[in-house]
Write a protein that binds this ligand. Sequence first.
Ligand code: ADP
Ligand code: MG
Length: 373
Amino acid sequence: GANGEPRKILKLDEDVVNRIAAGEVVQRPANAVKELMENSLDAGSTSITVTAKQGGLKLLQIQDNGHGIRREDLPIVCERFTTSKLREFGDLRTMSTFGFRGEALASITHTAKVTITSKTPSSQVAYKAKYSDGRLVAGGPGQSADPKPCAGVTGTTILAEDLFYNMDTRRRAFKSPGEQYKGILDVVTRYAVHFGDRGVSFTCKKHGQPSPDLHTPPRSSCLANIRVAFGPALSRELVELECSQAEELLDQGADGGEVAPSKFAFKAKGLVSGADYSAKRSDFILFINDRLVESPSIKKTVESAYKDVLPKNTHPFVYLGITMPSHHLDVNVHPTKREVHFLHQEELLECLRQAVEQKLAGANQSRTFYSQV
Ligand code: ADP
Ligand code: MG
């Protein structure tokens, strides 16, 4: 205050804390879609369908055919920091699931009306439950909040309605639902590309629209799914990119043995456009240890390898999947897990730059050769 006396320090109410945290995890509908799809993948799903109405702000639904959620877990599944995945902090180093914070579902219930319908393989019936602010709520007046048995197939459907109903500023900040839907389609597309060869089918559609905007078959490939999502003109221009360093150490890490932090080991595999393709918008799809991440430094380095072959202010298409020892990668940097930190950044950037430059040089040579024939 003006008289120089400090205000008393008070602990925030839990609901206030939870809503602030929720605003971090779910910044826009596409964030929620990413979290929910990762849960579906963690549950071993082979089919994931995303449906959105008004850019996901009115309605967002993710349906999967994974192992489901037990009836007895439904009462706590949406509380903050409840998870079936992480048990001890040390497990973070070897985490093979996407989730570990136990925050996604909680966050979504703090900013939307959520309904979960789920059936495990051993259960005779599915159960349906409604949530608000992390807790079970009754479906209507006079009803109990207990999960209700209903008909359904094995798997989980998560329905989130009226996203940001309790965050006026956030809701008003979203200009067009069309833009939000683009964001949703974009994340589903990225997962469809990366998991294209792992037997998972992805579908993304607008509510009430008969044909989906994206549908990839369960048995497919990264290249085939790029063709489905981006069209044949692009997919024809793609070349395979592969590079690695001390790749054998990666398998050692998978056995539980730890790769020393001083050792530089990685493997990168991807599909990148050649010298004949350039686009106004930058499509850069990056997964590290199967996590969709953003790395401004990797993007800058890879794109700079194209600077001599592409027209100014245009971009290549890049899809890269990088694998590194799990404890060389810190995934717990940000609640959205979008940003990661990793060891040996400079060496990795140098390898990638060289690999792309070689590819581009090689592609040029073969074209020159071809045109001489
Ligand atoms: P986290 O993924 O970090 O554990 P979440 O809030 O995303 O936290 O999910 C909490 C728990 O709910 C998960 O650990 C999992 O057991 C269960 N769960 C969520 N979504 C699904 C799903 N689609 N299929 C099966 N289980 C799920
Ligand atoms: Mg999760």
